[in-house]
Ligand binder design. Structure first.
Ligand code: NAD
Length: 503
């Protein structure tokens, strides 16, 4: 039998006593919070580095404020910025988002005017409103939940982690609002982004990004969270699609860019085209329907992807609706005028696709469109409308103009059947005006769209006048729906085995 010396016994007794007294087996008990990032409420705001000194988390390419002509440089800068963001607290991420929102709110008039002066599409008074919407309707870091499983084998957490650098494509229809909304969602989720804006909205995108980056850099010392290719081309978009350090794509645009992104081999969240129909049945409150349709269709001259683009109305209330539209302030065209407008503004279908809008007339004012067919309308008229048949290219194309072609239908079922056909399976948005729950349910099932609005303007489906959050990227093509910070995350699991279940 082994002899245990007096000294060894003394040491063992000492350890047992320490263990009993401290609960830490003689080790020094940890200082609460040491080694962890600062708690959200007390997280310090980093100061920008004094000249000649290093930042806490250095970000090279500082003072570029997100302005790049070269995709590789932009991705590298975004990568560094994203790594820096990961070293910061959630409170600092929230600060970055708050700054973007403040700029959109405080400079909405100037930025909206600049967007219009560059793109020359849409209705100028709506441009600042769209920036306010981007600021006010987007969700933030608080929307990132943690799922937890707790049981005999311990605790497992599932957390929504960032992807890293996201490649972003934005449309000309809302260049800066889309960039601001995407940046808010993506940064809240811990990402950085590299955006290839539409060439006709590139200056406002770059300028907005510069303001956002400057403010973020000044406050938390990180530059280039939002990088913009200042001279964007299809080639630079493809470089972003192919870049190995771009881990996820977020696409907002038409069919061509959605198809290109989906061929890239990367995961792509695609907010693609729509052609939202509105159905009015015989039970509808007609004056309300007319007012709502006018509001949705004419908003920013119908540039929004969710706006009503064509209407299908039951014959028994058809004339009543037509009169109510006039009473609400829209200008009625006759069939010949509407047909002629369709011939001028819509280009024929190519490659088995649908007819499409001539970009020259997208987002034009109704007065400009009326002039094309020799019609003069009052300066305050916001919408042209008229009766036509289902085959009219204005019904078939996603026309994005303040014109509403209206098709007379024998029955409600026929109206829904034509609405389904006109939506072309995009799965985007549909609207109904009805007092019958059965009709709403039937149409909702038949349409199978991402957004289905009842008895309100289409805009209510994206938070403007309806409940819920909003977004400028409705991922109908790939199914994520209205994008949020959560859309731009990947799930990670953290497992503690046989411990930490404290109940
Ligand atoms: P667009 O498709 O012409 O351009 C969108 C973006 O894609 C631009 O940045 C453009 O430069 C780029 N692009 C176009 N073809 C490309 C290709 N082959 N490869 C790489 N990049 C390419 O669309 P637009 O006129 O700017 O915007 C209107 C379209 O966007 C409509 O179809 C509208 O429904 C859609 N949109 C959808 C949503 C949504 O949330 N689902 C939101 C806004 C706009």
């Amino acid at each position: 039998m082994t002899q245990v010396s007096e000294q060894v016994i003394q040491e063992m007794v000492q350890k047992v006593l320490q263990h009993v007294q401290t609960g830490w087996g003689g080790r020094v008990s940890p200082t609460p919070g040491a080694g962890a990032p600062p708690p959200v409420s007390t997280a310090a705001v980093a100061q920008p580095a004094a000249p000649g000194t290093a930042m806490l988390t250095p970000t090279p390419a500082i003072n570029r404020f997100g302005q790049f002509t070269d995709v590789n440089e932009a991705v590298e800068a975004a990568k560094t910025a994203q790594r820096a963001l990961m070293c910061r607290s959630l409170a600092q991420r929230k600060i970055a988002c708050d700054l973007i929102q403040q700029i959109c709110r405080n400079q909405a008039d100037e930025l909206g005017r600049m967007e219009y002066e560059e793109t020359r599409i849409g209705h100028p008074p709506h441009k600042p409103e769209k920036l306010l919407l981007a600021a006010n309707m987007t969700l933030g870091v608080e929307f990132l939940p943690t799922e937890c499983f707790s049981g005999d084998h311990g605790i497992t957490l599932e957390e929504h982690a960032p992807w890293g650098v996201i490649g972003v494509i934005t449309p000309v229809t809302h260049s800066l609002p889309t960039l601001a909304n995407n940046a808010l969602n993506m940064i809240a989720a811990g990402n950085a982004l590299v955006c290839n804006p539409h060439p006709r909205g590139k200056r406002i995108a770059a300028y907005g990004a510069k303001l956002f980056n400057q403010a973020i850099h000044e406050k938390i010392g990180i530059d280039n969270l939002i990088c913009v290719i200042t001279d964007p081309t299809i080639e630079s978009a493809n470089e972003i699609f192919r870049h190995p350090d771009v881990k996820l794509l977020s696409i907002t645009g038409g069919r061509g860019v959605v198809t290109a992104a989906m061929k890239s081999g990367k995961r792509a969240i695609c907010a693609g085209p729509g052609n939202p129909p509105v159905v009015v049945d015989s039970s509808a409150e007609i004056e309300n329907a007319a007012r709502c349709i006018l509001e949705g269709t004419s908003y920013d001259n119908n540039l929004l992807c969710i706006s009503e683009k064509e209407a299908f109305v039951e014959a028994s209330v058809f004339e009543k609706l037509m009169d109510a539209m006039a009473a609400a302030g829209a200008c009625r065209l006759n069939r010949q005028q509407l047909d002629e407008l369709g011939r001028i503004c819509i280009e024929p279908a190519k490659d088995g696709q649908h007819p499409h809008a001539n970009t020259k007339f997208v987002g034009a004012e109704p007065q400009v469109l009326a002039q094309l067919i020799g019609v003069s309308i009052p300066a305050d008229c916001r919408l042209l409308y008229g009766e036509t048949n289902f085959e009219n290219p204005l019904v078939q194309a996603e026309q994005m103009m303040p014109v509403l072609p209206i098709v007379r239908c024998d029955t409600f079922e026929q109206a829904v059947e034509l609405a389904v056909k006109a939506e072309h399976g995009f799965g985007h948005t549909a609207i109904i005006h009805s007092r019958l729950v059965d009709h709403m349910t039937y149409m909702g099932k038949m349409m199978n769209t991402t957004i289905f609005v009842k008895n309100g303007p289409s805009l209510a489906g994206d938070s403007a006048g309806g409940e819920g959050y909003g977004t400028y990227s409705i991922a109908c093509s790939t199914g994520e729906g209205l994008t949020t910070p959560l859309t731009f995350t990947r799930l990670r699991r953290c497992v503690m085995v046989d411990n930490l279940r404290i109940i």
